[in-house]
Design a protein around this ligand. Structure first.
Ligand code: NAD
Ligand code: UDP
Length: 336
């Protein structure tokens, strides 16, 4: 037996397995689970995550944390434990990264999800799928409730992400129906905060780092498209409640912030909070970039008693502080 298989969890704590543990959200979830006294088994292949995130999640030297470096699609050894919770977060999440890793993204969200569902089933564990507001595509219904089926281009440049997440959702609910797996799906809306990869190309790191470097902010298209931004601690509280609730078996729940901003408004907020003059350079809009994005969170409020509590300006200020400590080389989705 390898040392990983022999690893044991002290004091009969609840056992959580987290895929994508070295990512932005995964590392914050690990942080929270350790705080809650769980024994945590984290897995990641670092395709978009980092050791630094694991370090910042205060995992170093913790007797109730073990990390497995590996691809969830490949062979890996797990500690011989009884798993209570499987949190499946592994997947690139930024448009720049899922384009770069298009096939890997499709596989981790399809075959990877099935592998995690099988582990949950084998252990009688509760399962949570980290899905996305991208499941709604370019929505024709606004704000988006969970029962909206979406408007997705199934063969476009974003399809590697959108469609594979939608398939992962269908698979999850099929395991719930066929095998009675205790499973829930959360649709995550744009989340920001410390530990985002500085160079992953998303609007929050791009704008903040551009402003901090005195560069113009790259607005794609006219900037009239909207997004709704939720701070990471609010998002993780939603994860926690969705998993721990006894009312979420078989449910899909939006976890996001219903305050909606145009990208142009958002650029103005970032410039102001970074203490610089707003200076914009316009770039072409990437294909299939959704025009509007805003969650209907009535279900999360009702089922989980959850709503976001961190105001945008406070969350952005904390994120600016974080990025100010990072070295940055910024990509934009448009190479020109
Ligand atoms: P992230 O890229 O920071 O984290 C994803 C992690 O998964 C990375 O550490 C990466 O190395 C790991 N990973 C990817 N493929 C893997 C594989 N095959 N095997 C092992 N590890 C693998 O992204 P994030 O923002 O933390 O997103 C986490 C999850 O939340 C993703 O499933 C994403 O789709 C979902 N989500 C995030 C957002 C957001 O705004 N951050 C929005 C919607 C959905
Ligand atoms: N965006 C932008 N400039 C950037 C990065 C992104 O104008 O430097 C826009 C992007 O076109 C989209 C929105 O900001 O309309 C949010 O993009 P992001 O990549 O953060 O996430 P998405 O919500 O598209 O998955």
């Amino acid at each position: 037996m390898s040392s990983i298989e022999q690893w044991s969890c002290p004091n009969n704590r609840p056992v959580s397995m987290v895929t994508g543990a070295a990512g932005f959200l995964g590392s914050h979830l690990v942080d929270r689970l350790l705080l809650e006294g769980h024994c945590v088994v984290g897995i990641d292949n670092f395709c978009t995550g980092s050791w630094e995130n694991l370090y910042n999640a205060r995992t170093v030297g913790r007797e109730n944390f073990i990390f497995i470096e590996g691809d969830i699609l490949g062979e890996f050894k797990l500690p011989s434990l009884n798993y209570d919770y499987v949190w499946h977060l592994a997947s690139p999440a930024s448009p720049v990264e899922y384009r770069r890793l298009s096939l890997e993204t499709m596989l981790v969200n399809s075959a990877g999800t099935q592998k995690m569902l099988d582990i949950a089933l084998e252990h009688g564990a509760k399962f949570l799928l980290a899905s996305t507001s991208e499941a709604y595509g370019n929505p024709l219904v606004h704000p988006q409730p969970e029962n909206y089926w979406g408007n997705v281009n199934p063969v476009g440049e974003r399809a590697c992400y959108d469609e594979s997440k939608r398939f992962g959702e269908a698979l999850t609910l099929e395991y719930h129906r066929r095998y009675g797996l205790d499973a829930r799906i959360i649709r995550i809306f744009n989340t920001y905060g410390p530990r985002m990869q500085v160079n992953d190309g998303r609007v929050v790191p791009n704008f903040i780092c551009q402003a901090l470097q005195g560069k113009p902010l790259t607005v794609y298209g006219s900037g009239a498209q909207t997004r709704s931004f939720v701070f990471v601690t609010d998002e993780i509280e939603g994860f926690w409640r969705a998993m721990m609730s006894d009312k979420t078996d078989g449910e899909i729940i939006n976890i996001g912030n219903p305050d909606e901003y145009t990208v142009l408004e958002f650029a103005g907020i970032i410039a102001r909070l970074c203490g610089v003059e707003l200076n914009i350079i316009y770039r072409p809009l990437p294909p299939d970039d959704p025009t509007r994005r805003c969650p209907d969170i009535s279900k999360a409020r009702k089922l989980l008693g959850w709503h976001p509590v961190v105001p945008l300006e406070r969350g952005i200020a904390m994120t600016i502080d974080y990025f100010a400590t990072q070295n940055t080389v910024l990509p934009t989705i448009n190479k020109n």
